[in-house]
Structures are given as C-alpha cells and as structure tokens.
Design a protein around this ligand. Structure first.
Ligand code: GDP
Ligand code: K
Ligand code: MG
Length: 296
C-alpha cells in the first residue's frame, strides 16, 4: 500500500477551540488550552501517524487585530501556514454569529490557493436549527470544500472530520518518525504548561502580560528527580504581586498544578522551581519577544 501524507492547519478567531481539537485528535495535550484569548502564541505541530498515513496538524494563534509586536508575530505565524499546507480547517463557533474577525479571515482565505474545510465547533452548545443557520450563513461568504460540525470538547463528529482528511490525502513522504508527536522540544512544552496554569488561575490583563522561560532542566543525582528552573515574566510590579499571591499562595498553586502535567508528559518525577521577574512592556519590542522565545 502506498503511504499518504499531508499538512493541515487549524485557523480561526481566538477561543473557537482550535487547540482543543488538536489535543483531541492527538489524544494528549500538545497545545495548552484556556478560556482566555491568545492562549496559543506559536504555531504548534501535532503529528498524527498511522500505518499508512501521516497528517501534520498545525495549531495556530487566534487571528485578531494586533496591537503590539507579540500580536503581529502571532497573527503572522497563523497566516504563514496558508502557504505551507494542503488543507485549511477554518474553525468557527456554532454559538456566535459571524463577525468582522471572521470576515477578515475569509478575505485572506479566498486569496490563498488552498482548499478550505469549514469546521463549526461547539455544537454541544446550540440547537440544531441554530447550527444549520450558521452553516447557511457562512456558505454565503465562500465556497468550502466541506462543512463539518463538531464538538472538539466532547469529541462529537471528530472521527468524521479525520476520515474526510484521510480520504483527501495524497501519496507522500513520512515526514516525521513514528514516535514524534510534535515539533517543539520538551523544554517548550514545560514552559507552556506553566503558562497554562497562570492563564487558568488569573484574570484580566495578567494572562496576556506573562511569558515563561525554562532556564534549566536536569536530573538531580541525589533525588533522581528532574530539576526544572523556570522564570515567569510579568510587565508590572502589581502583576508580580498577583502571581506570587498572599504569602506565595498563587505561585505554589501554579507550581503544583504545572508539576502534575509535566510529570505526566515526561513520565518522570519533577522538582519545579519557579521565579517571577518583571520585564516592563516586553510585548512591545521585537527584541524582547524574541528573548522570550517568540521567534520564527
Ligand atoms: P483556541 O483559542 O481556538 O485554541 O481555543 P481553546 O482550544 O483554547 O478553547 C477555548 C475555550 O473553548 C476553552 O474554554 C475550551 O474548553 C472551549 N471549547 C473548545 N471546544 C469546545 C466545544 O466543542 N464545546 C464547548 N462547549 N467548549 C469548547
Ligand atoms: K484560548
Ligand atoms: Mg489555541
């Protein structure tokens, strides 16, 4: 049997469920998820391999109107996938009407020379009539190769989506080895898991203002644990106070929750040490966002 492969990117506004779909398809957490916009800041590949096929999914940052260097980087990295893939999954939520953000994306998709599948997510939140109306409305805007309603959270119809993608694959290379599930190194995933806990536990401007760097990761000969040192960067002193919490409550909670996820991922015991530092307005300067790891 011939081997088939292809690249598929997942594009859409923030919070529509792109990362949730990636993780569901992969059966494990590769991309962090939260109810905060701009949770995903980099392109993240999920490499799905079976005996006869390989699909490389690319999860992307939500497309929004950027207002700093980090925003420019995120939106550009999402759009850049349009030139790199065989199929685009354009994800929209079933429970929110089409808006300016969607229209802006549709304009870009029309110019890109790539087949687009409309994925209407969060069907668990709406009545079937509302779903049909949503599909009809989007269909007036563009020709989609397919339209697939799903719930990424509950896994409804995601098998069907996968089947459609598989049936569209063409003969091709196995780009990545069988055991490789993502393009990012463990260090990156460790930082993301720490960032995810801060996103889940804090509100307002704090989630957008933080970055996490993993400064060292090595096995401690005495305890046998993996000793990880990480820094959480914030933009202001008040934010540092929030991340630390009363008597260090918050940072302890973040560390405890992150450690559990990291241990599952690494399959090893972990000792996690986190520091909080202030770097004023780091999101505004290209050189600063690069130092936080946001580079092409
Ligand atoms: P992204 O910004 O597009 O990557 O979205 P996320 O994957 O981070 O998800 C954003 C929020 O939507 C999270 O709170 C998810 O739990 C939620 N979500 C994602 N998919 C579904 C779904 O199918 N149904 C419901 N009810 N919620 C979902
Ligand atoms: K999100
Ligand atoms: Mg995401």
């Amino acid at each position: 049997m011939t081997f088939k492969s292809g690249f598929v990117s997942i594009i859409g506004r923030p919070n529509v469920g792109k990362s949730t779909l990636l993780n569901h398809v992969m059966g494990q957490k590769i991309a962090i998820m939260s109810d905060k916009a701009q949770t995903t800041r980099n392109k993240i590949q999920g490499i799905y391999t079976t005996e006869n096929e390989q699909i490389v999914f690319i999860d992307t940052p939500g497309i929004h109107k950027p207002h700093n260097a980090l925003g420019d980087y995120m939106v550009e990295s999402a759009y850049s996938t349009l030139r790199e893939v065989d199929t685009v999954l354009f994800m929209v939520p079933a429970d929110e009407a089409r808006g300016k953000g969607d229209n802006m994306i549709i304009e870009r998709l029309k110019k890109a020379n790539v087949p687009v599948i409309l994925v209407v997510n969060k069907i668990d939140k709406v009545h079937p009539d509302q779903l049909l109306a949503q599909i009809d409305d989007f269909r007036t805007q563009m020709d989609f190769k397919e339209v697939v309603p799903i719930s990424a959270l509950e896994g409804n119809n995601t098998e069907k989506l996968l089947e459609i993608l598989k049936s569209n694959l063409e003969e091709g290379f196995k780009y990545f080895p069988d055991d490789m599930i993502t393009d990012h190194p463990e260090r990156f995933l460790v930082g993301e898991m720490i960032r995810e806990k801060v996103l889940i536990l804090t509100r307002e401007e704090v989630p957008h203002s933080i970055a996490v760097t993993v400064d060292s990761m090595k096995r401690d000969e005495d305890t046998g644990k993996i000793h990880i040192m990480a820094t959480i960067y914030v933009e202001r002193k008040s934010q540092k106070g929030i991340i630390l919490g009363k008597g260090g409550d918050m940072i302890r909670k973040v560390g405890k929750m992150a450690r559990r996820d990291i241990e599952v991922m690494l399959g090893d015991k972990v000792y996690l040490e986190t520091w909080v530092k202030i770097k004023a307005n780091w999101r505004d300067k290209k050189i600063d966002i690069q130092s936080m790891g946001y580079r092409k």
